[in-house]
Design a binder for this molecule. Structure first.
Ligand SMILES: [Zn+2]
Length: 325
């Protein structure tokens, strides 16, 4: 029994509870904002990594897709798997799957939470040239963000918020060309799953009040700057999330500083669907790439996953969800 629940019981004695109970207090054990369990998030991350690299077209990828669907369904989410074929930068067709979990499907007021679940097929940024052709574990770059979202899904399933929640696991974010930079405004060989979904949402006339994309949210000592495109398309959502981080006690992870412009899955959501969507992504202005040292190297493994960072991000996003009316 939580302390908050005890407080509610004692208030009932004095006020006889004729007032409408405070939000979310009506269900046993539900506080105003649930407590994000980073051990669960870490476990869900390790589970994904244990299948092997989640490269589309492999058995590891298929196994992990089933796992993600099973977990979402187990937490009370209605699931949809959106399968399609896309073409890689070299023209090769590849089957991909976007995985959708929806909670409170009858609720018109919805929040979209998303992350990519595939992992990069090659460690093209690895310092060792002999390793650059190998697929990465993608513990931070993929699995950690999905691990945080699965724990959020578990908490939402236990204590339903006032808003509906859609969790989107996008496929094929990370199959961009080796060392390939983005042509201006073109993310065709990256972000393929999100680009497809934004053009073909899983339900007709899909809409959400706003979206939050998580990408690389489990790095050691990670910091999340106000990403450039998020500030361009959805500054009010950035403000809301950065405020929630402070309210949750994790403001130090979210400096009030403009970060880099990052082509990521939030762009198709903003540009094709018009849903204001921000990107919470690790940014390091002092590093050569702008990202953590593990980025697109074989070091992106479970050894470099931080439960503290996952807690900071997970608790912040829960704060946002449960602050909504
Ligand atoms: Zn990546």
């Amino acid at each position: 029994m939580s302390g908050k629940f005890l407080l509610f019981v004692s208030l009932c004695i004095f006020f006889s509870c004729t007032e409408r109970p405070a939000k979310n207090v009506g269900r046993f054990g539900c506080g105003a904002v649930p407590e994000f369990n980073s051990d669960s998030a870490f476990r869900y991350t390790g589970d994904q990594v244990s299948f092997g690299p989640r490269v589309p077209g492999t058995a590891s990828h298929d196994s992990c897709a089933s796992y993600l669907v099973r977990r979402l369904a187990g937490f009370g989410f209605a699931t949809t798997v959106q399968r399609t074929t896309v073409r890689l930068f070299d023209g090769t067709p590849i089957g991909i799957s976007n995985i959708v979990g929806s909670f409170g499907t009858g609720n018109a007021n919805r929040i979209l939470l998303c992350a990519h679940w595939d992992s990069r097929p090659y460690a093209d940024r690895d310092p060792d040239p002999a390793s650059r052709g190998k697929a990465i574990d993608g513990a931070n770059d993929g699995a950690g963000s999905c691990g945080v979202l699965l724990e959020i899904a578990r908490q939402v399933g236990l204590c339903g918020p006032s808003v509906g929640v859609d969790i989107l696991f996008f496929d094929a974010e990370d199959w961009g060309e080796v060392n390939g930079d983005f042509a201006a405004g073109h993310y065709g060989t990256w972000c393929m799953g999100s680009d497809y979904w934004a053009g073909h949402p899983h339900t007709e006339n899909y809409n959400a009040a706003f979206g939050i994309l998580l990408d690389m949210v489990s790095g050691v000592d990670a910091r999340f700057y106000r990403e450039y495109f998020s500030m361009e398309y959805a500054p009010h959502v950035v403000d809301k999330v950065w405020r929630a981080a402070r309210a949750a006690g994790y403001g130090r992870y979210f400096p009030d500083v403009l970060g880099g412009a990052i082509e990521d899955d939030h762009l198709p959501v903003n540009r094709r669907l018009g849903i204001p969507c921000i990107d919470i992504i690790q940014y390091d202005p002092g590093s050569a790439t702008g990202f953590g040292d593990f980025w697109h190297t074989l070091d992106d493994d479970m050894e470099h996953v931080s439960v503290e960072t996952m807690k900071a991000v997970g608790q912040t996003v829960l704060q946002v969800i449960y602050d909504e009316e």
